[in-house]
Design a protein around this ligand. Structure first.
Ligand code: CP
Length: 306
């Protein structure tokens, strides 16, 4: 994986994902090691972040490297300077770029022009770093990926896209339940199902949340209005009525099911306090796993695995 970009979870094969997760579990249990001493990571963000920004910063610091955060007005991607020029300049200073962009095309353009690995730290199309932490969490909590059953309740957004592709690659069974008009895109569903056909997994798009949750090992949800869709929040609250993950919804899942959410959560909308703070909730372990998964990703992309 040395020197590669990470723009989509589908950039990794099943064995590479397994390698990232195994490396993450090893790093999680180990004392901080200076595997990336002398390396610098640039975070170029067009959108707000808590988990992604802090976990990347702490990850590279724990590994002996350095981090620089560039906020939206400082860089002005596509306004003050083209992504191509930003990529070429940053490549002269840093060893890796993690970019959070509105458009997937922007992070792809950065990757096209950068001489250093570019990581998609969330775009409108995907959130592959979140998917790595999600897979790590499922593997830790359920002891396996292949054969595990997940229900994703809500918007077919970037998090759902990466989860669907991840399920297809790793052989999980994913049922997504979304209101009409908010389903996974045909392209993502088709690609995820093609991957699942090879791995023994399955990916289905449904509309009834209870049907998706029935017997699931994992129940996962996300905000109804993602970053960039905030102006649709009122109409989405109406469209997503009945999609709240509450104790009644969790009762349809396996008795040992866990609840996951990539956060931030809008408590009282897509999830209730009882579920977020209840005994089945894995959300803070999941958030912690962003750190461990990204440590593994950085060591493998920057070639300091040993
Ligand atoms: N889950 C996630 O990406 O959180 P942030 O938007 O806070 O980084």
């Amino acid at each position: 994986m040395q020197g590669r970009d990470f723009l989509s979870i589908a950039d990794l094969s099943a064995s590479e994902i397994d390698h990232v997760l195994t490396t993450a579990m090893g790093l999680k249990d180990a004392r901080p090691q200076p595997l990336l001493a002398g390396k610098t990571l640039a975070l170029v963000f067009e959108k707000p972040s808590l988990r992604t920004r802090v976990s990347f910063h702490v990850a590279i610091k724990h590994l002996g490297g350095d981090c620089i955060y560039l906020s939206p007005p400082e860089v002005g991607l596509g306004e003050r300077e083209t992504p191509a020029d930003v990529a070429r300049v940053l490549s002269r200073y840093v060893d890796c770029i993690a970019a959070r962009t509105f458009k997937t095309e922007t992070v792809e353009e950065l990757a096209r022009w950068a001489d250093v690995p570019v990581i998609n730290a969330l775009s409108d199309g995907e959130h592959p770093c979140q998917a790595l932490a999600d897979l790590l969490t499922v593997r830790e909590k359920k002891g396996r990926l292949a054969g595990a059953s997940l229900a994703f309740i809500g918007d077919g957004n970037n998090v759902a896209n990466s989860l669907a592709l991840a399920a297809g690659i790793t052989g999980m069974h994913l049922r997504v339940a979304s209101p009409s008009g908010y389903e996974l895109s045909d392209d993502v569903l088709r690609r995820a199902q093609a991957l699942a056909a090879s791995s023994g997994g399955s990916v289905r798009q449904l509309h009834e949340p209870e049907e998706a949750v029935a017997g699931a090992d994992v129940v996962y949800t996300d905000v109804w209005a993602s970053m960039g869709n905030e102006r649709e929040a009122t109409v989405r609250r109406e469209d997503f009525a009945g999609y709240t993950v509450d104790p009644g919804m969790m009762a349809y899942a396996s008795p040992n099911a866990i609840f996951m959410h990539d956060l931030p959560a809008h408590r009282g909308e897509e999830v209730t306090d009882e579920v977020m703070d209840g005994p089945q909730s894995a959300v803070f372990d999941q958030a912690e796993n962003r750190l461990h998964a990204q440590k593994a990703l950085l060591t493998l992309l920057l070639g300091s695995e040993e």
